[in-house]
Design a protein around this ligand. Sequence first.
Ligand code: ADP
Ligand code: ZN
Ligand code: ZN
Length: 816
Amino acid sequence: MTTAGYAEIVVLRNHAKIDQGFTYLIPHKLQEAIYVGSRVMVPFGAQQIEGVVIAIKPTYEGDLAKLKEITFVFDRDLSLTEEMVELAEHMRRQYLCTYTEAFSLMLPTGVLVTPETHYYPVDSFHGQNEEIKGSVKEVYDAILKQSDVTLETIEVSYSEAVIKKAFKQLLAIFAIKEDVKYIEQIKDRTIEKYTVVGDMTALLETIPERYKMRKRVCAYFVENPKGELKALREATKAPKSVVDWFEKKEMIRIESIQENRMPEFMNSTSAKAEVVLSSEQKTIVEDILSYYHTTPEKPFLLRGVTGSGKTEVYSALIAHCLNQGKTAILTLPEIALTPQMVSRFAKRFGKERIALMHSKLSNGEKYDQWRAMRKGELDIVIGARSAIFAPISNLGIVILDESHEQSYRSERRPKYDTYEIALQRKTFWQAILLAGSATPSVESTYEGKIGLRHLMTLSNRFNNAAVPVPDIIDMREELESGNRSMLSRALFDAIEERIERKEQVIIFLNRTGHSTFVTCRSCGFTLDCPNCDITLTYHKHDNRMRCHYCQYESFIPKKCPSCGSHYFKQFGVGTEKLEETLKEFFPEARIARMDRTTTRRKGQFEAIISQVEEENVDILVGTQMVAKGLDFAKVTLVGIISADLLMNMPHFQAGERTYQLVNQVSGRAGRGALKGDVILQTYQPDHYAITSDDYDTFYDMEIKYREKLGYPPFRQLVNLVFTSRDEKVANNYAEMSYQYLKRNLLKKDLQKEMEMYAVHAALLKKIDGEYRYQVLIKCHAEHVDYLRYLIEKLQTRFITIKDCKINIDLNARNIL
Ligand code: ADP
Ligand code: ZN
Ligand code: ZN
């Protein structure tokens, strides 16, 4: 068999058993079209399956007779690149995922195709017709008559099985031939445009009155010598045959133009004037470019207080890269923030070069943009974390805005971290990598301090307004003086004042925690785990408190162990309740609520935003959603109902997340010309996460705590979750895996280097009817590779186990 070489191909079927390259022959006619990253169709078992070429080889060592040929190759602008293949290989090692899982993040959904087999008569087939009789003859005659059929389109009245059998026989005697075509599930969208090329006015005279439709269409053409057929049909209700008549008479010319479906960008009302960078912004941009020049491999971490104008810095750096003919990716932590950002960039760079990527786009939009990016027609990509996989080449810069946000880590398989993917792409293209945040994660700042990133700081707000420092209100004192409501007197007074002055208020209430804790409302005491320094979580079913890491357990004391008060209770209020309370207190105020319930439907989030913008709202109540990115000039007061819910999350990051959120929320106040205030209510007014005056003070406390207890960045948390519909099964496999790991670590004498917590039910023990059991390991970074190796072996066993799944996170944060 002659061949143009051998291709290693991964078939796009997500199954660990076939997660490898299979060798196929490259037919000569496809030689030019096959390269690393090509998407192809190949025979696999009895089927034709879509695959991706991961390598090309001139020789093959195995049994040549067993190899099959690639049957089809897709257009270049639907294929992946060599960079993407490398990235998938990296992800497979790093996250223990399959090729298919990695590739499916890179491919736009819906490009997958369905094969369709067509049958044609063979012209040279003569004479042997006596072999053909009965049903076979009827099928053959139908093929002759129709000249091109498929199983669905052939006009005979036999069952599928009979027709298939007939096809087979006819193929065997070379009476017909077959050809597989690939039908894309998403079609290109074309627009049909017409141009009048003949003398329509003259024609109009000659059309007799009784041809009413022809006359009407002709008159339309006289009025509109150029346009879209769709508009013509809508205006005149003309059937296709009438339009065809004009075309046949060569009175019009029709052409089909491929149109790109592009998402609509939010149009912001006020056009902004030319931006001139402040001197601080200018210095940062220049420094970044010059550091990049001398140490191109090192990423940047930009800390800039809220309102310092980080976006303008991004914009200047992107402009610099575009000028050099390179491309840019900017990711944002939330889809809701993308329209605002995109319209800001569209104004500066023109919307025709921007791609917007996130999961809520239609498949058609995703597909068209994907192709346009792949072809190099779009060079700025803005989007949520999925934008990091944008199919653009020649990357000049990757920016992660609000880089500390949790949403940058995927909680689904593969559990990738957007920053780690960005780092791979940065390295491949030697691009600038910039993570920006007002409150960078402790891990990222630590990397800066040990020299792995350049640390850059913007310390002033752009308009030099002060960043408000929260007023901390001790809710224990409120209780003592008889105020048992959710609002402290200070917050009440401050809200009242804003309403009188016609300014706006944001009231923030955290509600992310899935769990509740118990706190003393008299002294602020909470029950913590003696081993882990983490708040114990209340378990309703047996009315006990448990540590979510080490499973330390305690009953709930009736009285506060610290001060003896009886106000020792579970904690937790909702936004709805808060909204009601505010309505009671301020009946004349216009109140809007923003949380998951009120923004579920498309457009609701934007509607609330514009209500606040147009000053039709006095008080905006909400969850995390009100904390991020919003920029309202008239908001002069931010109230934080309780910082405690954050500080007492059963999580080693509780302090950090509190600090970040308090800063983000506070940053919403005083962004315009008016000064802003922040009021923060708490039962633990001395916690460093809220008393730290600045980031550095907070960081110093936090990093000491992390080091002392061996949390990231000093150790990695490895989390294995075993899920099954049968609780016993999940528990048993978790236990077996635990023992397996333990034995092997003992063999290598690594038991002291790793801290393994005993098997336990996850905090969210049952999700979607699946029970979840957990093995949690604290591990030094230098031993992670060995652990990965063990876990990989473990994982291969689970390929054959049907009733239990294993979910692996080698660098876990969220371990609920
Ligand atoms: P951050 O992202 O750091 O919170 P933004 O980039 O949103 O801050 O900037 C805060 C405000 O300051 C925005 O309204 C922005 O338009 C304005 N701003 C920032 N830099 C400039 C500049 N150089 N010229 C004019 N306005 C600016
Ligand atoms: Zn107490
Ligand atoms: Zn514990």
